[in-house]
Design a protein around this ligand. Structure first.
Ligand SMILES: Nc1ncnc2c1ncn2[C@@H]1O[C@H](COP(=O)(O)OP(=O)(O)OP(=O)(O)O)[C@@H](O)[C@H]1O
Length: 237
């Protein structure tokens, strides 16, 4: 093990985050360790997506410090952002696959864009990630030939291509019915048990009840942490 293996995957210190003129976090500090599974909750508009955007360097940190997967986010140079994103897997509620490309082409696009050139390695990586998400045999399908749950599995496969240290998921089950949600959770749980940290924003408190993990809650511009205090989860939308 390297001497750096105990460094957190995400570390925020007194982070202040604003969107346009609205401050969503005033002074947030927390760490996410290697291989942790963490839920991110909070009312609609509390700033969950904004916090995730800061972690993947899509929204600037106004004050404080943040390191993610070994990168310092404060003042990160545009040219370094793709390197950071290679260490992260990002999953959204709306699947954002290219609709005019097959599953395989969607995955190949990302590999080529992130520097993969050897066609044998590309093919075998695509086969590997599709196997991980339970979609072996769906290589040549178009997104519209897949169910919502299957499309989300392709998105998860795409997020895994470059072996990220953490998956950042913004409402990954928001468009899925409860049974399909359970399957997606189980997949994320399996990925997590193989060592990838997960940070998942969700409104689905029944999922959290059923599968408890650490919770970070955004409330009035602050972060509450279930490791330090009891967090009330009342269905608030
Ligand atoms: N592009 C934008 N321009 C202006 N204000 C924005 C923009 N994006 C978000 N906001 C505002 O920033 C605040 C935080 O939004 P954010 O999307 O981070 O919240 P959220 O907790 O993810 O909400 P939800 O649960 O509805 O997804 C909200 O008040 C929102 O209206």
């Amino acid at each position: 093990m390297s001497a750096f293996s105990d460094l957190p995957v995400v570390a925020l210190e007194n982070a202040r985050i604003s969107v346009e003129t609205r401050t969503v976090l005033t002074s947030a500090s927390f760490n996410i360790g290697k291989g942790e599974f963490v839920y991110l909750v909070g009312r609609t508009g509390s700033g969950k997506s904004s916090l995730l955007r800061t972690i993947y360097a899509d929204l600037e940190l106004e004050e404080g410090k943040a390191t993610v997967a070994g990168f310092t986010i404060n003042g990160i140079k545009r040219k370094d952002v793709p390197m950071l994103r290679r260490k992260l897997g990002i999953i959204f509620q709306d699947f954002q696959l290219f609709k005019d490309r097959t599953v395989s082409e969607n995955l190949e696009f990302v590999l080529k864009a992130t520097g993969w050139t050897d066609s044998g390695k590309i093919k075998s990586r695509i086969t590997d990630v599709l196997m991980k998400v339970g979609l072996t045999g769906h290589l040549s399908k178009m997104p519209h030939q897949l169910s919502g749950g299957e499309q989300q599995r392709v998105v998860i496969a795409r997020a895994l291509l470059n072996e990220p240290q953490i998956l950042i998921a913004d409402e990954p089950t928001g468009n899925l019915d409860p049974e399909v949600t359970e399957g997606i959770y189980e997949l994320l749980d399996k990925i997590n048990s193989q060592g990838t940290a997960i940070l998942m924003a969700t409104h689905d408190y029944s999922l959290i009840d059923k599968h408890p993990h650490r919770i970070l809650k955004i409330e009035n511009g602050a972060i509450l942490d279930s490791e330090k205090e009891k967090i009330q989860l009342i269905a608030i939308y």
